[in-house]
Design a protein around this ligand. Sequence first.
Ligand code: ADP
Length: 312
Amino acid sequence: MIETKTPALAITDLAKTYHNGKEALKGINLTVEQGDFFALLGPNGAGKSTTISIITGLLDATRGHIEIFGHDHISDMRNAKSMVGLVPQDFNFNQFELCEEILINQAGYFGVPRKIAKERAKKYLDLLHLTDKARVMARNLSGGMKRRLLIARALMHEPNLLILDEPTAGVDIEIRRQTWDLLQKINATGTTIILTTHYLEEAELLCKNIAIINHGEIVQHCSMDALLRQLQSESFVLSLSEPLSTIPNSIEGLTFTAINPMTLEVEIQKPHSVTSVFDILKDHSINVDTLRNKANRLEELFIKLTSNKEVE
Ligand code: ADP
């Protein structure tokens, strides 16, 4: 018999209507398996934060059911909450407290004895490269360090599920990369991770599974691989070694467009590949210096999936 593990998160028919009548969630279903690295993607106003706020007990649902590692988030709230660590978007800690104290106090809320909390604070400051900031007031940290402090804080009660709300929104590429490395490290230890993001390449790079939410509805819930397979066409931009004398004729599945004499764009549909492009270019004696993807493929798919819905 195949043993099925309890999901890290199981959401059934979750709905939320705010007091002003706004139907932010229209009865969503979502399952995240243990150990997963899961992305909840969606444009602004899609319902991502509402979903996270309900999971973490900050907001009441209008309807629906949530289980976190098998614990009902209402009737077994204590256990359910102890399973989850939240990294919010805002720096919602006391800016005048020392980093170490912020972590130790957080552990205290979850009933971790102070001695253990101190050891953990050391461990997580170290993991997040903040060891030398232990006795520094949070307000004196850079933006990137403050974000890392939020992650350290969320880990202090050693949750099995870490949820991050737009963890890299507005941070520079260097800090984004560092954050990705860290999250991969944390996931490798067995912690299930769910993140919301606008950065589609972030989801593509990190996540095994994905749900796309739009106007309070899940429009896609599948593996990242399956999602990427749905994309049949890909566009490339080619920088040429010499100015174009002729533009290759487009054939079925391969469309060439000259952007300027030194730049050619090609849209490739399956089963064609980049190899077919190079064969044609060779026939025309066109030499290519560099080649790059025109757009992120996930971005293209995302636009396709969400563009036919009503606009707010
Ligand atoms: P996202 O996180 O995907 O940007 P949200 O969950 O924040 O989306 O919001 C979903 C919808 O609910 C949006 O239309 C938003 O304007 C609305 N909304 C969010 N919070 C409230 C609130 N407190 N009162 C009324 N409407 C809200």
